[in-house]
Design a protein around this ligand. Structure first.
Ligand SMILES: CC(C)(COP(=O)(O)OP(=O)(O)OC[C@H]1O[C@@H](n2cnc3c(N)ncnc32)[C@H](O)[C@@H]1OP(=O)(O)O)[C@@H](O)C(=O)NCCC(=O)NCCS
Length: 243
């Protein structure tokens, strides 16, 4: 049985493209990141003017409340590398007062649907190393932690973010989900020298250097385990499997 990931509500996800809707998308995004009304307005102005020219293949999705206000949004870019298509999941946000209710899952499901329809072989993105909510939410959508990248360049030099992806060329039923039994069986480590399990390990999420070392040894992260998943887990830990 998989870990309980909570109910996923069905809320309509709408694609937007008019300059007014894009402005509202960016304003809601910046407010979700803690900016004041005025700062968010200015940053939204800048983004609508400048970013669209640079990345015209970006698509924007929003969820609205009953008054039409944007409560969540996500960005998806489809890139074509000589016929090999992949989707990049860019900015994603949920209004602060509505977080931890699985709302991001609806944006993820829409992104996955659009990427599959476009013929992409994978969807990828970057997640801030200190953003536990973003990482756990991404894992819920079948995303796997694979390495580190630089947020600006997308390259491995000067890494400051985790690199995550999900293959879209996968077995029916999607990726295998982590179970409570997997967490119990995984070897728990605090230093890289303790790593012995050829199968699965759990390591503290806050120890980024250790996480990076585990990734370098051919493991991928599949879940951010919290105390509520298993009473013996006392701090957030990443569950890794060897690939
Ligand atoms: C990241 C974000 C989009 C997730 O949206 P959401 O709808 O709240 O996502 P979920 O409901 O799946 O909840 C996130 C999960 O993280 C967990 N979580 C929250 N804070 C956490 C923390 N500090 N450490 C670890 N886990 C945390 C929650 O418990 C929840 O898991 P649960 O439902 O199993 O309890 C939202 O938090 C957000 O808008 N953050 C600010 C913008 C941002 O960081 N965007 C991501 C850019 S990649």
């Amino acid at each position: 049985m998989p870990i309980d990931r909570g109910p996923v509500m069905a809320m309509p996800v709408e694609e937007v493209s008019s300059p007014e809707d894009l402005h509202a998308f960016y304003k809601a995004l910046f407010i979700a990141h803690g900016e004041s009304e005025r700062e968010a307005e200015e940053d939204a102005d800048w983004n609508v003017k400048n970013r669209q020219r640079v990345a015209s293949n970006n698509r924007f999705f929003v969820i609205r409340d009953e008054n039409g206000s944007i409560i969540a949004g996500g960005e998806l870019r489809i890139d074509d590398h000589a016929g090999q298509k992949e989707a990049y999941g860019g900015q994603k946000f949920v209004a602060p007062e509505l977080r931890n209710q699985n709302i991001a899952a609806m944006l993820d499901a829409k992104g996955l649907e659009v990427a599959k329809q476009a013929g992409c072989t994978q969807v990828w993105g970057v997640v801030g190393m200190n953003s536990g909510a973003a990482l756990r939410s991404a894992f819920k959508g079948g995303i796997v932690l694979r390495g580190v990248r630089n947020e600006e360049t997308g390259q491995e030099d000067n890494p400051d973010c985790y690199y995550v992806s999900r293959s879209l060329v996968e077995a029916a039923g999607g990726p295998k989900t982590v179970t409570p039994a997997d967490l119990v069986e995984a070897q728990r480590i605090r230093t890289i020298n303790e790593l012995q399990s050829p199968k699965a390990v759990l390591a503290p999420w806050a120890d980024h250097a250790l996480v990076v070392e585990i990734l370098k040894r051919g493991y991928v992260g599949k879940w951010l385990a919290l105390p509520k998943d298993d009473p013996s887990i006392t701090e957030p830990m990443i569950y890794f499997e060897k690939v």
